[in-house]
Design a protein around this ligand. Structure first.
Ligand SMILES: *Cc1c(COP(=O)(O)O)cnc(C)c1O
Length: 376
């Protein structure tokens, strides 16, 4: 049995090594390290995959979110509603742009933005909503888009953890997450479902005017070189990363399928265990299991995670401190919000290894170790 890791990017690489090495060598030969052909190829392949009109590649997922917010012309003090239960990048960029992050609760079953909590948080200063498709499960986009339309708000989807996830609307229409809001943002950090071998990110939109603006902002606010119409930044996906991503995008559905199979194995094994709530999948959502995150009921989480570590099974807490408790937001005049659901989840979640290269023996071993500790 190979050592167990949260993600195993090395084994995944070895399986496609020849193709990836050739792709990288192609870039080295071309010497077009920046904005080479693979970047354009990747952007258009990803647009077709997601069913979205424009894909703007950029340097990482955090930049993707930041550029999205910059393109909406928000003013300092404008309110942006995000879940508190997310990775810091989602909320950090709001604060960085001197916008005001407004945290809302998530649904305790899906871990994604709760539309009722969202509705209650809207004020005349609210300008945008950033739902996060956490762990690979879609946020409830249909009600979120309805609320956005009702109040004239923008929606930026944080799709960093859910690329490839399908969302089914009540009329039966199916769309990929990231293609539903006004703008979608994603990350190609190596451990993401579609991971590069370095940093990378992308922004999606169906709106031509927004696409134009997003492209300019990612490129120093210029359309014509050295003529800067907007305040922008420098955020590029390099050609080597794009070449690698071209090899991996073709396999994304298979990779997500492998994750689903890992989750199915865990679900079956943990179903009879009273102390474990396995991940819920809402009828409107697919689940691409960026993380396999369980809830512990009446069990010692630290005890379990130390026991697993002693038995060489890694586990992680995503995330130990929710946004509304992060000192970085202290200066934003956030009224002390009570977020009981988020706090409750924060104390109970634990994520187990899930990736595309897991062996049955590893899965058996992880399940047995968890059950041994819980005496289940
Ligand atoms: C990874 C991630 C990001 C940021 O992506 P980077 O490429 O690391 O900047 C943003 N939001 C969520 C939910 C993420 O998981």
């Amino acid at each position: 049995m190979r050592p167990i890791q949260m993600v195993d990017t090395k084994t995944q690489y070895l399986a496609i090594k020849d193709e990836v090495d050739a792709a990288i060598n192609g870039v080295l030969d071309s010497a077009a390290y920046i904005n080479g052909k693979p970047v354009q190829e990747f952007a258009s392949a990803l647009s077709s995959y997601l069913g979205v009109k424009h894909t703007i590649p950029c340097a990482n997922g955090t930049d993707a979110l930041q550029i999205a917010m910059m393109a909406l012309g928000l003013q300092p003090g404008d309110e942006v509603i995000t879940p508190s239960f997310t990775y810091i990048a989602t909320t950090e960029v709001v604060a960085l742009l001197r916008l005001k992050p407004v945290f809302v609760e998530v649904d305790p079953k899906t871990f994604c933005m709760d539309p009722e909590s969202l509705r209650k948080a809207i004020t005349p200063k609210t300008k945008a909503i950033v739902p996060v498709h956490l762990y690979g499960h879609a946020a409830p986009m249909e009600p979120i888009m309805q609320i956005a339309e009702e109040f004239g708000l923008y929606v930026i989807e944080d799709n960093a953890q859910a690329i490839g996830c399908n969302y089914t609307f009540s009329d039966g229409t199916v769309k990929k997450t990231g293609s539903i809001g006004h703008i979608g943002a994603t990350s190609f950090y190596p451990s993401k479902n579609l991971g590069a071998y370095g940093d990378g990110g992308a922004i999606f939109t169906n709106d031509d005017a927004l696409a134009h603006k997003l492209k300019m902002i990612a490129n120093h606010g210029q359309q014509k070189r050295y003529y800067h119409e907007l305040v922008g930044c420098n955020s590029r996906l390099d050609s080597i990363q794009a070449a690698i991503l071209n090899c991996k995008l073709k396999r994304l559905d298979r990779y997500n399928q492998a994750r689903k199979e890992v989750a199915a194995f865990y679900n079956k094994a943990f179903e009879p265990v009273a102390q474990i709530t396995t991940p819920f999948v809402a009828p409107y959502s697919d689940h691409v299991y960026h993380q396999y995150t369980i809830l512990l009921n009446d069990a010692d989480r630290d005890g379990l995670s130390s026991y697993l570590a002693e038995h060489k099974v890694p586990s992680m807490i995503y995330y130990p401190v929710p946004g509304h408790r992060q000192p970085m937001f202290d200066s934003f005049g956030l009224e002390k919000r009570e977020m009981p659901t988020t706090d409750w989840l924060t104390e109970r979640v634990i994520s187990l290894p899930v990736h595309t290269e897991m062996e049955s023996a590893q899965l058996e071993y992880i399940v047995t170790s968890v059950k041994n500790y819980l005496k289940a």
